[in-house]
Design a protein around this ligand. Sequence first.
Ligand SMILES: [Zn+2]
Length: 371
Amino acid sequence: MKADAGGARRGRLTTPHGAIETPVFMPVGTQATVKSLRNEALEELGARIILGNTYHLYLRPGHELIRKLGGLHKFMSWNRAILTDSGGYQVFSLSELRKITNEGVRFRSHLDGSEHLLTPEKAAEIQLALGADIAMVLDECIETPAPRDIAQAAVKRTTAWAKRAHTHFLQQAQRNGELSQWHFGIVQGATFADLRRESTQQLLEIDFPGYAVGGLAVGEPHGVTCEMTVVVTELLPREKPRYLMGVGRPEQLADYVALGIDMMDCVLPTRAARHACIYTSEGKVLIKNARYAQDQRPLDPVCSCSVCKRYTRAYLRHLFAAGELTAAILATHHNIHFYLDFMRQIREAIEFGNLAKFSSEVQARYVAGPA
Ligand SMILES: [Zn+2]
């Protein structure tokens, strides 16, 4: 790891499915696909790692089926790295359908109402069966803003679950000869700095190969997200990767990197694309807007992606208006290119020691808005 004047670091993560330059943004591939993108496109875009979703893949088509078919990489024909979440976040989002105990979370499937129990051990087993390069522990996710006693109880349970998950993961991985898989701990603690510190210290004692900051970017102000993140990154060892889960907006990415974050993921670029929201070097372009009806320019005049090289704003606007599937495909391609290229520029800025300057220029362009 090479750090610049702030907390930003350049690094490289080595996985059985290739090396990943960090800081990195990871596109989200919930159901074993990044929505509306073929894997060929993801490769063309230079994505080195994507996310898979344990909750969804466990329910459909099932982790045992995926294991039988050779693991998630083979199943989805993606030979680069995959990080899977623990499934906890989705299960905890099913507020009507779940019940939490020290053993785990009992929940009903959103698909067919069938009852399931997700324990820390089970979450580890599912991710081992999928063959994730990086797996995550099951943590207790709570609603925010949270009262202190609830946040404190969630930290306690998250640590207890992390211990169980870590032991189980190592035992199973050893038995299967899959020791190349990584397993990250997740720091909780809501918006209480002392609870965040407590959670970090407890996970450090378990000694994970990497650490994630969870339970943030769930509605609290950006300043609070940053404040809580730095409380955690200050305590983490320099040589291990740090992952801030579920972020973020383009203009925020450099802030998190400056706080020492190496990995980020978010559905934003893909979801926004399907809703006709295009990220550009000058801010958001809402392509359905009438002002683009005769606009012959590309989505982003300075973008080098294959969509911007070929298609106009007027055409994209028409495809969205007509409800054509191609609209989502083209918009997603551009948005993922935008995010990945943005991270490349961030990595370059760290190497040149001018991340702060890069960040303030981005902010200024976003405030000014698109032409
Ligand atoms: Zn483009």
